[in-house]
Write a protein that binds this ligand. Structure first.
Ligand code: ATP
Ligand code: MG
Ligand code: MG
Length: 549
């Protein structure tokens, strides 16, 4: 267990010292209106790990109180993402919709106590009457309705006798409270949309503020952890619980939400990318969703490690994207097999090898972990190397590149020396013609010649065709969450597709990776587009931090 020194663990330790609780009970309460993203993982990691550490419980509770935006698909995706991350909830999954009857009765109780009323003001008028931070609000003309009338109108609301938007139930608190949230907040509104679980049995739905605290209390949650935006709502949370006959009284604590540069963490905005076909669904490898990160090649272990490294505080900040990337790099560096792939192929013909020559060269699968074994790679008269390893296509490189007369080593194989290039009429190199030194298989030249530079390669005859999907940031703006129209700041080069080859290796038929393609980065097979004869790889991350980020 980790992260145990954050302020929430300190609070729980104190509560246990004072014997305030016998069991610690947390919850993770997503709304099923989209797929979970990396921001949610911060909350998942905190809530589930607290339960694990204190031998307590953590509920998974769907906050399904807005049928307009919610669906079964989202419920299922959220459950499977949490399990993929390695967490398991306590008992059955909980749904706020299971508490609709109880919530309704608590609303009736508030009405009976003169603490709630049915308002006929429109949503716009309610906003207008609420005033501003500087100006106190105005009472609704319906605020003084009798308890009897309120009970009658509330039951009519439930029975579907009012059109949507015409009436709502509001708490009667204080229209001149310093906090806008306390100025008679809405508790129930009418919606005729079919709900994904309860169908048409309800047409009034509780608001977040009304349902959240009561659901926490019903489930016996001890520590209700949410992000700092809800700090002001805490007073309302406590007000509702104090004024209804419920025995449990959970306590809300807030922590700072996760913000990462260049990344959006809002389901609503991510949905915009999906519906506008900017991305290939919620699991597009460029999406910061759990399913997108998984398809991109992120491991659950690396995402949890990221949460561990960022910790929990009440300080809002933006985390660099490179911090997330460094977690996956560290993980894949340890655990991924090394293979060779050529992303921008150019043909090399070895002049002093006979046509049809085949040699199987053994290579280690990991440079520092011999338990990962060896494999045999075909070395043939014609091979592919990467175009950008040619001097002509990569001027000013810090590393030695191939040019006429220069020797270079083929990774785990021989030293080659360029004799000449074949070029097309425009001067583009179409093939490279080399001699190889047969005495240099994994050995230095015997005459002591120094060879600078090692390049990767793949046989031109014994290989598998492959497509490489190279990803970059989805947005060109460092804080896309504050940009009004995110569709204007989409990076046109967030996906670059390249066609090339990987070594002929049976492993691809039963292991999607991730792999390290030497000198190119970490890659995983795309489960949607890949076929046995045409492999499609997503680049998870480059080998080194890019200077651009
Ligand atoms: P979204 O705008 O993405 O829908 P939300 O907060 O409305 O976010 P919920 O499904 O209601 O999404 O969130 C479930 C839980 O995850 C909440 O407790 C919420 O505080 C937490 N959460 C959501 N986003 C973040 C984030 N960026 N960092 C930390 N916790 C988050
Ligand atoms: Mg929410
Ligand atoms: Mg939301």
């Amino acid at each position: 267990m980790d992260n145990k020194s954050n302020f929430i663990y300190n609070i729980i330790n104190q509560d246990l010292n004072f014997k305030k609780y016998t069991i610690i009970h947390t919850r993770f309460p997503p709304e099923p209106n989209g797929y979970l993203h990396i921001g949610h993982v911060k909350s998942i990691y905190l809530n589930f790990n607290i339960a694990k550490y204190y031998h307590g419980k953590c509920n998974l509770r769907f906050d399904d109180t807005n049928p307009d935006k919610e669906s079964k698909e989202y419920v299922e995706a959220i459950k499977s993402d949490i399990q993929w991350l390695g967490f398991m909830w306590n008992g059955e999954v909980c749904y706020v919709s299971d508490y609709f009857e109880q919530l309704y009765n608590y609303a009736v109780e508030l009405i009976q106590k003169g603490l709630a009323y049915v308002d006929e003001l429109s949503i716009y008028a309610i906003r207008e009457y609420r005033g501003t931070l500087k100006k106190s609000g105005q009472n609704s003309p319906y605020r003084s309705r009798s308890i009897k009338d309120n009970l009658f109108f509330f039951s009519k609301m439930r029975n579907g006798e009012f059109p949507e938007g015409s009436v709502c139930l509001r708490a009667k608190i204080n229209m001149s409270d310093s906090s806008m949230i306390m100025r008679d907040p809405v508790l129930y509104r009418i919606k005729y949309t079919t709900h994904h679980r309860v169908g048409k049995s309800w047409c009034i739905y509780p608001t977040y503020d009304f349902s959240h605290c009561i659901s926490d209390a019903i489930e016996g949650i001890t520590h209700s952890l949410c992000t700092l935006e809800f700090q002001e709502n805490r007073r309302l949370y406590n007000w509702i619980l104090k004024n209804i006959s419920i025995t449990k009284h959970p306590i809300q604590y807030e922590f700072s939400r996760l913000n990462i540069k260049y990344i959006i963490t809002s389901k609503r905005k991510l949905n915009l990318l999906v519906v506008n076909n900017i991305v290939d669904g919620w699991d597009d490898p460029r999406m910061p969703t759990i399913s997108g990160l998984r398809r991109r090649g992120y491991t659950a272990r690396s995402i949890c490690e990221f949460c561990k490294r960022i910790g929990i505080s009440r300080q809002d900040s933006y985390i660099e994207l490179s911090e997330l990337e460094s977690c996956i790099r560290d993980d894949l560096n340890k655990h991924s097999l090394r293979l060779m792939a050529i992303i921008n192929p150019i043909m090399v013909k070895i002049i002093n090898l006979p046509t049809g020559y085949i040699e199987k060269i053994p290579m280690p699968n990991h440079p520092n972990d011999c338990s990962m074994g060896i494999r045999y790679v075909f070395f043939t008269q014609e091979i592919f190397i990467d175009r950008f390893d040619l001097d002509q296509y990569c001027k000013n490189s810090r590393f030695p590149k191939l040019t006429i007369g220069r020797e270079i080593r083929l990774r785990h194989a021989y030293v080659i020396k360029v004799d000449h290039f074949k070029k097309d009429t425009e001067g583009n190199i179409i093939s490279v013609h080399c001699y190889y030194d047969p005495t240099t298989l994994n050995r230095k030249p015997i005459d002591g010649r120094k060879i600078q530079g090692v390049i990767h390669w793949v046989s031109a005859t014994k290989n598998i065709s492959a497509e490489f999907r190279l990803y970059d940031k989805l947005f060109i703006h460092p804080t896309p969450d504050i940009v009004i129209n995110i569709l204007n700041i989409v990076n046109p080069r967030s996906l670059v597709i390249s066609h090339g080859f990987v070594e002929l290796n049976p492993i691809f038929s039963n292991n999607p990776g991730p792999y390290q393609f030497e000198r190119e980065g970490y890659f995983i097979l795309d489960y949607q587009y890949s076929k046995p004869t045409y492999l499609v790889f997503n680049r998870t991350v480059t080998l080194k931090k890019s200077n651009k980020s």
